[in-house]
Design a protein around this ligand. Structure first.
Ligand code: ADP
Ligand code: ASP
Ligand code: MG
Length: 590
């Protein structure tokens, strides 16, 4: 008999009636011959209320006690759900995370699942029970209750599906599937019939709150098909699996993080190790960074900018000041009124002009781009928070995301490393959420051009990349940072054969707009680390910086995403950098 995991989010169990409706769905599935495990969230806004309650007591509650508090929300739901099923004449048993055997590390409020012992669940299933599992919680080695981070019930559900080798994991929520962007923000958003793991991972991390990003890591790592659907209708929903909806269109979806903040550390001594010191400290305090951009150094000093969640800004600033004193930097600046808009699509890896199209659309709406980073299947831009929604709507329209893409000609599964050997991966993992690295590749066929002192006004990125594409140059990586006195710096890479054309175009552009004289290198080395969990394991970026620093290699450009981390270094340092990364990630490389 196959196992089905059904997860019900907060709105789907918000009151007694909804709990009964969810119970009926589970009973129906059991009647159809499945063994059913339900994963249940706290009712309605319970978790928010509990967080609020804690804040009324103290601004800085101990993380252990926070978990003790927050886990109660799910405990209420599972008990009521079990009662509902009993009342309908069926067998059910509720379990907390600890009773379920969900073992986690001890990182309170952001714990990671190490292992799941399934004996008790299997026993209950074999006894004919519907098992009701509390989402979002686990237990540490010291028997303390932990929680997995907000939205973590999705992760409980997919992790249980993986551990139980379930046929499928159904996620019942208040939307009828995964949309091209949040339908509450953009009414034209379209429901996708299906989406690939990598696209969903990038979207989830970029702000698509419909799925907890770590749940998709589980799904990908253990090949669990996830079906997102409405608990209030029988609409078909969206299937998340290896199979994307289309490979023909460059962008499949867009996402927004409204509460982002930008931090700039000024005058960092331009020697290997300085950036690593800052990022290591941030990672050790569990502060995730994104959009890391280092300005090319002048007079032995560089400015490093990166973004963090706005809620992490005070802690990040404290760390930057501490480390700044040790390193002798020139201080820090920040902007807490920014938002990050991202577009994601497997198709963009094979199409040119995607970034240009994005920048042009924003330019037309006079939306100024403060920072840019690109990776294979994602482009992110930082904008003023006041223009956040408009930027999301603009990119959604620019890529016609409201229109269904042409159907795929070839419906076969893409060849994905590790797809069919989940047992091998499971066997290798110490913890179920361990970082998995599939490859570390070195590409020595690209050149880099950098333009400094670009005036900070809307439309310049669009203009530059229009000219670059008219010159027949296919751009690969792009990073743009905020500079001093409101001037930006832009670096991009291209095939080495196009280097001269790119440099000429950049020179003309710089003269026209009064930017600095471009510099560049005809052949740089680009290192790409591919895997799963590269972002949610927040130390990956700092470990990369540290490993390169120890090998005396300077990272000139970097972009990080869930599935790929790219670093550009000087051409003659590529091999050394590759060796350093192989050594650093030897444990995680499968
Ligand atoms: P649950 O409590 O069921 O886990 P969530 O609130 O966590 O529900 O997730 C569902 C919400 O996610 C939707 O109501 C929607 O506003 C939001 N959302 C954000 N991005 C997307 C997207 N791309 N597709 C669908 N919903 C999205
Ligand atoms: N109740 C938790 C939260 O609100 C977990 C979840 O619902 O996924 O974050
Ligand atoms: Mg959720």
């Amino acid at each position: 008999m196959g196992i089905l995991v059904q997860k019900f989010g907060g709105t789907s169990v918000a009151d007694a009636e909804k709990i009964m409706a969810a119970a009926r769905r589970a009973i129906l599935a059991q009647r159809q011959g499945r063994q059913v495990v339900m994963v249940v969230s706290a009712m309605g806004h319970t978790t928010d209320h509990l967080v609020d309650l804690a804040r009324q007591i103290t601004r800085d509650p101990p993380a252990r006690e926070m978990d003790m508090l927050l886990s109660t929300g799910e405990q209420v739901s599972v008990a009521l759900m079990a009662m509902a099923i009993h009342a309908m004449g069926h067998k059910a048993i509720s379990f907390t995370g600890g009773q379920l055997g969900i073992h986690t590390d001890a990182t309170h409020t952001k714990a990671r699942i190490r292992s799941i012992s399934t004996d008790r669940i299997r026993q209950a299933l074999d006894d004919g029970c519907i098992v009701i599992a509390a989402g979002f919680q686990g237990v540490s080695d010291t028997a303390d209750i932990t929680t997995l981070g907000r939205g973590g019930s999705d992760t409980t559900a997919v992790a249980l599906a993986a551990a139980l080798r379930a046929e499928q994991c159904e996620i019942y929520t208040d939307v009828d599937g995964v949309y091209t962007t949040d339908p509450r923000l953009v009414p034209e958003a379209r429901r996708m019939s299906r989406i690939g793991y990598d696209e969903m991972l990038e979207l989830a991390t970029a702000g698509a709150g419909v799925m907890h990003n770590r749940s998709i890591e589980f799904a990908k790592r253990f090949s669990v098909p996830v079906h997102v659907r409405s608990s209030f209708s029988d609409n078909p929903g969206t299937v998340i699996s290896w199979l994307p909806e289309s490979r023909a269109v460059p962008v499949c979806g867009a996402a927004l993080i409204q509460k982002e903040a930008r931090l700039t550390v000024r005058g960092v001594p331009d020697r290997p190790g300085a950036a690593a010191a800052i990022f290591t400290r941030l990672a050790s305090r569990n502060i995730p960074m994104d959009m890391i951009v280092q300005n090319v150094a002048t007079q032995g000093r560089a400015d490093i900018s990166f973004t963090v969640f706005q809620e992490d800004l005070p802690a990040a600033l404290r760390i930057v000041e501490e480390v700044g004193k040790e390193l002798g930097t020139e201080g820090a600046g920040y902007d807490e009124n920014v938002a990050k808009t991202s577009v994601v699509g497997l198709g963009m890896a094979r199409q040119t002009g995607v970034a240009e199209r994005l920048f042009s659309a924003l330019a037309e709406k006079e939306i100024n781009i403060l920072m840019i980073t690109t990776s294979e299947i994602k482009i992110s831009v930082l904008v003023d928070r006041g223009q956040a929604l408009e930027s999301l709507r603009t990119v959604h329209a620019a890529f016609a995301l409201d229109q269904a893409p042409p159907p795929m000609e070839d419906e076969t599964l893409p060849a994905v490393n590790g797809k069919n050997d989940r047992d091998r991966i499971i066997g290798r993992l110490h913890g179920m959420e361990d970082l998995v690295i599939e490859s570390i590749a070195l590409d020595e066929t690209q050149g880099r051009v950098t333009i400094a002192d670009i005036p900070d006004r809307p439309g310049l990125a669009a203009r530059l990349f229009r000219q670059v594409s008219q010159a027949g140059v296919n751009v690969d990586m792009i990073v743009q940072s905020v500079g001093r006195e409101g001037k930006a710096a832009m670096s991009f890479t291209m095939p080495e054969s196009a280097y001269e054309a790119a440099l000429d175009t950049a020179s003309r552009f710089s003269r026209e707009i009064g930017a600095g004289v471009p510099t560049g290198e005809p052949r740089v080395a680009k290192l790409s680390v591919s895997g799963t969990g590269l972002k949610s394991h927040i130390s990956v970026a700092s470990r990369t910086f540290r490993a390169l620093a120890e090998a005396e290699v300077n990272a000139e450009m970097i972009s990080t995403s869930e599935v790929r981390l790219n670093v550009v270094v000087q051409g003659n340092e590529g091999r050394r950098a590759a060796e350093a990364l192989h050594k650093e990630f030897a444990e995680e490389l499968i």
